[in-house]
Write a protein of this length. Structure first.
Length: 170
């Protein structure tokens, strides 16, 4: 089981990492582009196909075609955790060494987009406050890490749950 988890986790992690690097480069070149978000989330979904494939591989090739929901979810969750950790590690390196002003640029862009959308002064003030909170959070590496996990981990957990439901066999 360990080998399956590690192999499929590393493949999924490699995909999310590469797509995130591409997405970040695109975003830094053109913050107005929604393409970077599409690439990033598409990369996550493509990578998380390996959760399904890892569970199926273990069930069919190593467990005589049977697997419980709990066992399937454990495999899926651990694959997700490896991929998510690689994603977070890569972002921490990217953010620290290559894009240290990412959150400042992102906050300024978000505020400007909110202003352009014609929202009320109260809503704009709320957006500014929210962005200032994120700026503060990002100064703390632990909080930055947790925020980054929040981008990817919930998606992987949902896919692990769905895959476990689909693939369970008694």
């Amino acid at each position: 089981m360990k080998k399956t988890i590690i192999i499929y986790g590393l493949i999924a992690g490699f995909i999310t990492t590469v797509m995130m690097v591409i997405s970040t480069i695109i975003h830094n070149q053109n913050p107005d582009s929604k393409g970077s978000e599409i690439i990033g989330f598409t990369g996550m979904f493509v990578a998380f196909i390996f959760i399904f494939l890892g569970i199926k591989n273990y069930r069919d090739k190593q467990n005589q075609g049977v697997i419980s929901f709990a066992q399937a979810f454990k495999i899926g969750f651990l694959i997700c955790l490896i991929a998510s950790t690689m994603y977070v590690f890569t972002w921490m390196v990217e953010c620290h060494f290559f894009f240290p002003d990412f959150m400042e640029k992102y906050a300024a862009h978000a505020i400007e987009e909110a202003r352009k959308s014609g929202i009320s002064a109260a809503e704009l003030s709320k957006t500014k406050e929210e962005m200032n909170n994120y700026l503060e959070y990002y100064k703390n590496p632990l909080l930055r890490m947790l925020l980054t996990y929040m981008e990817i981990l919930p998606i992987g957990i949902v896919i692990a749950l769905l895959s476990s439901l689909i693939l369970k066999k008694k």
